[in-house]
Every structure is written in structure tokens, then in C-alpha cells.
Design a protein around this ligand. Structure first.
Ligand code: THU
Length: 127
């Protein structure tokens, strides 16, 4: 699975987003270490705080299938703007994918960041 293929899966997932409040349609494609891809889209709610981001939907699907190790996640917004993961999603990534990469589109170009670059000091219970 190439980075471009993973991004294509994220773009497709954005088409399934339920985002009637923001009209900001996001898709994510999460690659597990064994090569399986889990997609997610944002799922909004009239009680806005109940909204779930695309990234965490993908992690929820994967973890509930027994996956624990991930190498990369691609995130795409249907609008084409770079969809940088929010702080809560970065916190989830720093726990489940600390060595992982985040693929985004900046000006229609695929770019790759490490989770550590985007969240250098995530919260941990370890001392
Ligand atoms: N959103 C995501 O799904 N992922 C991100 O990386 C950023 C934001 C969603 C949440 C909400 O449904 C909409 O985008 C606007 O904030």
C-alpha cells in the first residue's frame, strides 16, 4: 500500500461523512502494521460535542477488530484543504501509533508528518 493509495482511500471515505452542521467532510484511512486498512469519516450530531472525527472512527473500528499496531493514517477533507488532526485525535495517535506517520494533502501535494512532529509531548500516565 503506497502513501498515495492510502490517501485515495481517505478521499473515498470523506464521501461517506455525516456532516450536516459544518459541511466539512473528512475521511481517514488507517493502515495497520499487518497491512489492513480501516477507514473512517466524521460523524456529527445536533449536540455538537458528540461529534466524532474521522480519525477516531477509524481507530475505533480497528481496535475493536483486535488491531493494536499501526504505521500510518491518511486524512483528507472533501474541500481539498489540509485537514490537520485535532488535538484529541493526535492524543489518540500518540498512544496507539507513537511511531506512526500522518499523511495530509497540502495544496494538492501529499505530505507526511510523524505523530511526534504534530504532538511532541502527548499526555501519558507513564513517568
Ligand atoms: N474533523 C475531523 O473529522 N477530523 C479532523 O482532523 C478535523 C475535524 C471534523 C469534525 C467536525 O465534524 C468537522 O470536521 C468540523 O470540525
Amino acid at each position: 500500500m503506497t502513501d498515495e493509495e492510502l490517501m485515495q482511500r481517505a478521499r473515498e471515505a470523506a464521501g461517506l461523512a455525516y456532516a450536516p452542521y459544518s459541511n466539512f467532510f473528512v475521511g481517514a484511512a488507517l493502515l495497520s502494521r499487518n497491512g489492513t486498512v480501516y477507514t473512517g469519516c466524521n460523524v456529527e450530531n445536533a449536540s455538537y460535542g458528540a461529534t466524532i472525527c474521522a480519525e477516531r472512527v477509524a481507530f475505533g473500528k480497528a481496535v475493536s477488530r483486535g488491531e493494536r499496531e499501526f504505521s500510518a493514517i491518511a486524512v483528507a477533507a472533501a474541500s481539498g484543504v489540509a485537514a490537520y488532526p485535532c488535538g484529541i485525535c493526535l492524543q489518540v495517535m500518540s498512544e496507539l501509533m507513537p511511531e506512526g506517520r500522518v499523511l495530509l494533502e497540502e495544496d494538492h501535494k501529499l505530505v507526511s508528518y510523524t505523530v511526534r512532529e504534530l504532538l511532541p509531548k502527548g499526555f501519558s500516565l507513564a513517568t
